[in-house]
Design a protein around this ligand. Sequence first.
Ligand code: DOR
Ligand code: ZN
Length: 444
Amino acid sequence: MTESYLIRGVRVVGAAPTDLLLRDGVVAEAGHGLTAPGATVVDADGLVALPGLVDLHTHLREPGREDAETVESGSRAAALGGYTAVCAMANTSPVADTAGVVEQVWRLGREAGLVDVQPIGAVTVGLAGEHLAELGAMASSAARVRIFSDDGHCVADPRLMRRALEYVKAFDGIIAQHAEEPRLTVGAQMHEGEVATRLGLTGWPAVAEEAIIARDVLLTEHVGSRLHVCHVSTAGSVEVLRHAKARGVRVTAEVTPHHLLLTDELVAGRAVLGTPELAGTWRPTTSYDPVFKVNPPLRTASDVAALRQALVDGIIDVVATDHAPHALEDKECEWAYARPGMLGLETALSVLLAVVGERWDLIAERMSRTPARIAGLTEHGRDPAPGVPANLTLVDPAARRTVDPGELASRSRNTPYAGMTLPGRVVATFLRGEPTVLDGKAVK
Ligand code: DOR
Ligand code: ZN
């Protein structure tokens, strides 16, 4: 028999403080003054219980770049961030475009045992955008892939995109698009706008994203399939999505924590943030710091404001991290040569708290319930109640922490929040009733 845990006096979203008894992988009992001889007691006075967070967009880098992250190190980072499930992107080496590779990633996730790792399959062979990958074989593999994405690259050919949407319709799968019209971003280094002009860097225009989203929602409507839009970054994209949703198109969308907080002014070394209070205590150390290079790029303060509103309104369905670990040599080099991407798993919840405040129901909806529903992860995204799988995280909303890259569990160090003091701390995470994090520390 596995150990049981009695969580005392925790605030469950939408309810008064209560006790939760976790036993045999589920929430066995919920109520006041529970007793359970032999159970380990967790004092949760002042803590909030959320359903375990679910990330639709994580780069774990294994196989191929185990120097930057492994399934195990990324899983540990996820657990410390309050996650119980992550969807692993397909741009590994080799690419996850066959049943063999997605099964390997899935198996590594099981062996690490820290979060449920759900592989995403590539849409096209080698992410090359020319031939459809073995979508059916990945779907019927042990990894049971339901989401397919060439993330890092856009499925730019409209005919191929249409065929991919048609193919996955047979099993209610989803195509997750990295929306970037490649012909409009040749040589792009940052958001196309005032700051890029001032710095003399080639711009990545908002329309390169918006044009692909507009095309893809129309294709999705035509085919009657399902589309998910990765890392939405512009106010214009929100308007396209608003229109598509009003027409009843089956489209969902995600926004990253960094696009909800950071702006393109950081490339010029100016701390213009969507939450100005944070900027009072924090300064980027230099201009052209590649830690702020990401794809899609950081946008303007008005884009940030539109994304925040869209997240509250539900035009954007979920927060997804786009956790993108990179080795030192790929980040600590000249801006033009640096790889795009930033860490996200260990800071996402704190960033969201800084962005929306203690709106726990909204946080549970956007970071757990809805992403679990989109990914079809039926054991996740469920509020703790008797009989429900015990996948949950306990958060201390009163805690503050200053982000120290050296303390992260990720193998990489490319966090854009170094030195920033953020609200909230994950105290404990449980996966099927077993702690993966206790007292803010990884259990294994
Ligand atoms: O910034 C990014 N990094 N955007 C992507 O689309 C891919 C990702 C990566 O794999 O590093
Ligand atoms: Zn992407």
